[in-house]
Design a protein around this ligand. Structure first.
Ligand code: GLY
Ligand code: MN
Ligand code: MN
Length: 438
């Protein structure tokens, strides 16, 4: 019944060594996993382990802490886990237990989580600082804050620097995640027809995830018509009328690794002239941003690329009546009027977290890091003309149109590699796919 780990012991040990060699040897390292969250009364949400825990040792069950302490001349890793307990296992399933964890996981030893306070307390009194991820496990937070002679330090910046560049095996898993999500979007587009419910499209996507032994990496967004203009819409409970576009932002997780795809398509299979104008502009901006996903580019390059294409396109379509410079605004702030219709960043890092570590959102107010091979980013420009908006004048011609196109891109020495390329996005391909038999 033991789970198979997604990486070899060598890969986990390599990560642990690279991490621990950056930590002073008079420290204690504590990496807690996420608590169970409750949905209502005593029923919980599906459990998702903490990404740092998954990264360092692949442990995916709740109530666990990975500890590392330095002993004589090397680091020793200890995994605290739930002990075997037949009465509890009758309800929630067999546990790996301490013996299983010590023999089948990439750690030196395992202890019962029941002994966490005592064992960590003893180690804390013998070390100068505790490298603890705070805010995840309140017992550890209290233990560390009450240890008088021990400072606390944050290990996440070291780990984030490691997580931001993916290994070959991580890229394989991300490709699998991208393939499953691409196929799910294709299946959903095939179901397109006037009058379909947003929830019905959601069910096609999520059925494909489940059938592929995967799960959502975030709540699926399925917004028809004006709902496509609400960035975090996810009630998904409206019918989509003939002539409306639907925006579907949905991705899945494989061994913890996320995909994150958005496609926008006409529910009746035919873009109107107005929809086509906006769609073509967003696609042009997206392709321009993918083009600059190059090793050596600054993080902000993608946002710069999308911003100038979108702003110029809106001037050409008569949506904005000003110069390109005025439309974009300050060249670091991006605060010109084009932002009335493109309100979010151009992308983010992608990995074990859908909004992964290593950088902010594209559009943050600095140039950010230099892109390197092995990094995976999303590229997701959009334009939104919600007819419900009262803060800004919405051009009649485009009222009710929302378009976003999002792909997942691996930076390589040879240039950008679009992991989600099997999900169609040209107007011709999408029109041919809507409502077609699979
Ligand atoms: N689906 C979340 C995002 O695109 O960032
Ligand atoms: Mn998305
Ligand atoms: Mn995204």
């Amino acid at each position: 019944m033991m789970a198979t780990l997604p990486f070899t012991f060598d890969e986990y040990h390599g990560r642990q060594s690279r991490f621990l060699e950056q930590i002073p040897t008079d420290s204690l390292v504590l990496i807690p996993t996420n608590p169970v969250s409750f949905r209502s009364n005593d029923t919980s949400f599906p459990y998702r382990a903490n990404s740092y825990m998954l990264y360092l040792c692949g442990w995916s069950d709740p109530e666990a802490v990975l500890m590392a302490h330095y002993n004589v001349d090397s680091w020793v890793t200890t995994l605290f886990v739930q002990p075997r307990d037949t009465k509890a296992e009758i309800w929630t399933g067999c546990r790996v237990g301490t013996e299983g964890a010590a023999s089948e996981w990439p750690v030196h030893e395992a202890c019962s989580i029941i002994d966490l306070k005592d064992i960590v307390g003893t180690h804390l009194s013998a070390c100068k600082q505790a490298y603890l991820i705070q805010g995840v496990n309140s017992t550890l937070d209290e233990l560390v804050s009450s240890a008088v002679d021990t400072d606390s330090a944050d290990p996440t910046s070291i780990l984030d620097e490691m997580r931001v560049r993916k290994s070959e095996r991580e890229i394989q898993l991300m490709l699998k995640s991208a393939d499953i999500a691409s196929a799910a979007h294709v299946a959903a587009i095939r179901k397109g027809c006037a009058g379909i419910g947003e929830w019905q499209i959601q069910s096609v996507i999520e059925a494909h995830f489940t059938a592929s032994k995967s799960c959502c990496s975030y709540s699926s967004i399925v917004g028809g018509g004006d709902n496509a203009t609400i960035l975090h819409y996810n009630s998904n409970d409206n019918e989509i009328s003939d002539g409306e576009l639907v925006l579907v932002d949905a991705g899945c997780e494989v061994s913890g690794y996320a995909s994150d795809i958005t496609r926008t398509w006409p529910v009746n299979g035919k873009f109107s002239d107005q929809q086509r104008e906006i769609y073509e502009l967003v696609l042009k901006a997206q392709l321009a941003a993918i083009e600059v996903c190059q090793a050596g580019s600054v993080w902000l390059s993608m946002h710069r690329a999308t911003s100038s294409v979108l702003a110029q396109g809106m001037i050409d379509l008569g949506i904005l009546d000003c110069s390109l410079e005025e439309a974009i605004g300050d060249d670091m702030e991006f605060n010109g009027p084009y932002r009335n219709f493109f309100m979010h960043g151009t992308g983010h890092f992608l990995g074990l977290d859908v909004h992964d570590v290593g950088g902010g959102r594209q559009g943050d107010k600095d140039e950010g890091r230099i892109l390197q091979p092995g990094m995976v980013v999303t590229v997701e420009p959009g334009l939104y003309f919600g007819s419900w908006r009262t803060d800004v004048e919405i051009p009649d011609r485009y009222a009710g149109i929302g378009v976003r196109i999002e792909d997942n891109v691996l930076i390589t020495e040879e240039g950008p590699m679009v992991l989600t390329s099997s999900c169609p996005k040209t107007i011709d391909d999408i029109e041919a796919l809507v409502g077609s038999k699979g």
